[in-house]
Design a protein around this ligand. Structure first.
Ligand SMILES: [Zn+2]
Length: 510
């Protein structure tokens, strides 16, 4: 019954079938990919006009875990996460400046300099949190031709119209045959009545219509030729183009933050159905928001902080800095579909919890089985149950919180082994290997938790101090050649030794 043979990892998904909450139905459904054994997943990436904020980190972290687990249990995954580098206007009514063009104007840079700077910032933060890169990371500006093509198709199919060089999607027309609101539950009549009339909307037949292509004013920097004159694409169309180009017209999972459900994702469905005649996505998944001390995290409330501020503790709301790994652990302690509340207390206890699990990881990595053949049946049943529970919890809508609870139970067993309370002679080699592989696999491969760099720093500092002591000894022995060599070799590595009073030495990194 128990999963024991690590060679069969390739098809673990058959033994622990995944159930996930599909935003389309609002229900937990059994995951059945379009092509058995393969998963195509698209996640809306960042708009690269400012530093990535923690709410975004949580979304990308959630889909990192999902990708990692799908791969771990044997699926072949193609994960596409885009970079939005054009077309995202300041408000959802297709008015206002392009976010990137505006930032470029304010910082007196080329839009593509803004894109490069903030894409690099985004990648750095992703690396810090140990969020793996996607299989493909396409950019909107790299797919202008395809966006023009699909816009032409939507006009041909009667779902889009041109006004003064701009193209709009005709929501009312679409809704005659299809269901606009299928994902968000919005009702078109209510949408038509609610909301204020924004300036410049007179071009649209209806205010709920949205732009596929916008005519560029003479001063607009980001512009491309099109059959309708110079312009730039609307925001929603890029995701329809890039998801279906790399994953096919019907693919498995589309994800993003909850705030993207409407209008962005609703528009994506309408565009794809309008162009290709079929639903693009089988399972929609949405991550929930971050709160700070119970309040929504937002720039205007002054309670939002950047990842770098969280690491340094340099923010009025933070008592100290927290490393990326304890923060990753902290985020995994709640389900991706629940809100997650930041507080100093919660982060502090996450640091402790993280340390416990990481210590047990270091211990079990060094443990080897003594080779006994006989096991204690009850004990083996318990350890096998723990291993199975890791899979069951992750297959149950990627429940990281419950998986962590099981890992804590496993870490207690690992500590028992270390202290001698649990003898490895009571376990067969097979049972021990399964247990060990599962603990390491779920910690490192699935949850992406690893030793903090601070530990490496500790090691480095310790090593330098040993060299400092040797140098002191060399000087006492009047072996100046050796003392100078230690100083010069460290300097070559970028470590500057400073001689202080009474033979004290300190060092700095250059
Ligand atoms: Zn998108």
């Amino acid at each position: 019954m128990y999963f024991r043979n690590s060679n069969s990892l390739k098809t673990v998904y058959k033994k622990f079938p995944i159930q996930l909450t599909n935003s389309l139905s609002g229900n937990k459904e059994i995951f059945q990919p379009v092509n058995p054994g393969h998963v195509g997943m698209y996640v809306c990436g960042p708009t690269v006009y400012s530093n990535v904020h923690l709410g975004n980190v949580r979304t990308f972290l959630s889909f990192d875990i999902i990708t990692r687990y799908l791969k771990y249990i044997g699926y072949k995954v193609r994960y596409v996460r885009n970079i939005t580098d054009v077309g995202h206007l300041e408000n959802d009514a297709d008015e206002g400046e392009d976010k990137i063009a505006k930032k470029a104007r304010l910082e007196q840079l080329e839009p593509m300099e803004i894109v490069k700077n903030y894409t690099e910032d985004f990648h750095t933060v992703m690396r810090q949190f140990n969020i793996l890169p996607p299989s493909i990371e396409p950019s909107a500006t790299g797919h202008i031709v395809e966006q023009i093509e699909i816009t032409k198709k939507l006009i041909e199919n009667g779902f889009a119209y041109e006004v003064n060089g701009s193209i709009y999607f005709d929501v009312t027309k679409y809704n005659e045959k299809h269901n606009y609101g299928i994902l968000s539950g919005r009702v078109i009549e209510e949408l038509m009545e609610s909301g204020r009339q924004l300036d410049g909307q007179d071009e649209k037949r209806n205010k709920i219509d949205f732009a596929l292509w916008k005519k560029a004013s003479p001063y607009h920097i980001m512009r491309w030729h099109s059959p309708w004159g110079d312009g730039f694409p609307g925001w929603h169309i890029e995701c329809t183009v890039m998801s279906t180009k790399y994953l096919g017209s019907s693919f498995d999972i589309h994800g993003g933050g909850m705030d993207l459900k409407f209008p962005h994702h609703e528009c994506e469905i309408a565009q794809a159905v309008g162009a290709n005649g079929k639903d693009p996505v089988k399972y929609w998944m949405h991550t929930n928001m971050l709160t700070v001390n119970g309040q929504k995290m937002s720039k205007s409330l002054g309670n939002s902080f950047l990842p770098s501020e969280l690491f340094s503790g340099n923010h009025p709301l933070l008592e100290k800095g927290f490393g990326p790994m304890p923060v990753r652990f902290f985020m995994l302690q709640s389900h991706y579909s629940s809100t997650l509340d930041f507080s100093n207390e919660a982060l502090g206890s996450s640091e402790k919890g993280f340390r416990k699990l990481i210590n047990a990881l270091a211990i079990i990595k060094k443990l080897d089985h003594p080779g006994s053949q006989q096991g204690d049946a009850a004990l083996e049943t318990e350890l096998n149950r723990l291993v199975d529970e890791c899979y069951l919890n992750m297959s149950d809508d990627f429940n990281t919180a419950k998986t962590l609870a099981v890992l804590f139970e496993m870490s207690a067993r690992i500590n028992d082994i270390k202290s001698g309370n649990l003898s490895l002679n009571k376990l067969t080699s097979e049972c021990f290997t399964t247990f060990k592989n599962a603990y390491i696999g779920f910690m490192e491969n699935v949850l992406g938790l690893k030793e903090e760099k601070a530990q490496d720093d500790e090691l480095l500092n310790g090593t330098i101090n040993v060299l400092i002591e040797l140098r002191k000894k060399a000087r006492t022995d009047k072996n100046f050649a050796l003392s100078d060599k230690i100083r010069d070799d460290l300097k070559a590595l970028g470590i500057q030794l400073k001689d202080g009073k009474e033979g004290d030495m300190s060092y700095t990194f250059e």
